[in-house]
Design a protein around this ligand. Structure first.
Ligand code: PGA
Length: 242
């Protein structure tokens, strides 16, 4: 694992963006694994800026998102499809047909999980998988548990996760209770993983995930077993890594 801590926001987002743009400039057909949440927003803004400056094109890239809420209409303000369109896809030259997000409204959700895995299997591996981390150590919506699921699956969101995400909804009761998520096995198949961690409130979980025991109690700790992981921490989250 290569772990870097940044004093300033600009260095943090520029380093993250450079990982993606240098990959795309070397291989315009690169497969990007993308994430939602507040952590990657600065990175997405930087990618939009670099695209506008003519420094990168996404025209031939394909993207795969980690997860989606179950039961929110696709065009709901808080669906991850809406998030990705508004925060990134609408502002770059990507072909939307080449952007994939699990369908949380599929009539048969189990079938949707199998189709998503089949697509990842046929088109993969993902060249770079972007990840955030939850306060409980989740990656995508793989919540801490006695055992973890390898492939794409439906998961029940833990109270802590729903509380954290309630800031985007009118009330906690409006936060979906379930999500469809790529499994840890699928995430671990990516050629490279780039984890971004921001904020003082993530310092403890960052320490646990990156230096603690590898355990399904902290799904992010499994990344310690991946051969090619880069972790970027801002100053707040990187308190233990100076
Ligand atoms: P955040 O979410 O970026 O909004 O903190 C990260 C996560 O829960 O994986």
């Amino acid at each position: 694992m290569n772990i870097y801590t940044f004093k300033d926001e600009e260095g943090f987002v520029q380093t993250a963006a450079n990982q993606i743009t240098s990959l795309l400039n070397a291989n315009p057909y690169a497969k990007l694994g993308l994430a939602t949440g507040s952590t990657p927003v600065g990175l997405y803004n930087k990618l939009i800026e670099m695209h506008r400056q003519g420094l990168v094109s996404f025209a031939n890239a394909t993207t795969y998102n980690l997860d989606e809420y179950v039961g929110l209409p696709k065009d709901h303000a808080e669906s991850y499809r809406t998030f990705m369109n508004e925060k990134l896809f609408n502002h770059i030259d990507i072909n939307k047909e080449q952007t994939h997000i699990p369908n949380g409204n599929a009539e048969d959700l189990e079938d949707e999980c199998r189709s998503y895995d089949r697509m990842l299997e046929q088109n993969g591996p993902i060249d770079i998988q972007l990840l955030g981390i939850g306060h409980n150590g989740h990656i995508a919506f793989n919540e801490p548990a006695e055992s973890l699921t390898s492939g794409t699956h439906i998961t029940t969101l833990q109270a802590k996760t729903r509380e954290a995400n309630a800031r985007f909804f009118p009330s906690i009761d409006d936060v979906p209770t379930h999500a469809i998520t790529m499994g840890v096995g699928s995430i671990m198949k990516a050629r490279q993983i780039m984890m971004l961690i921001r904020g003082e409130d993530k310092a403890e979980i960052a320490k646990r995930a990156l230096t603690g025991p590898v355990s399904t109690d902290c799904p992010a700790s499994l990344l310690q077993c991946h051969p090619n992981v880069i972790v970027l921490l801002d100053q707040g989250a990187g308190r233990y890594f100076k």
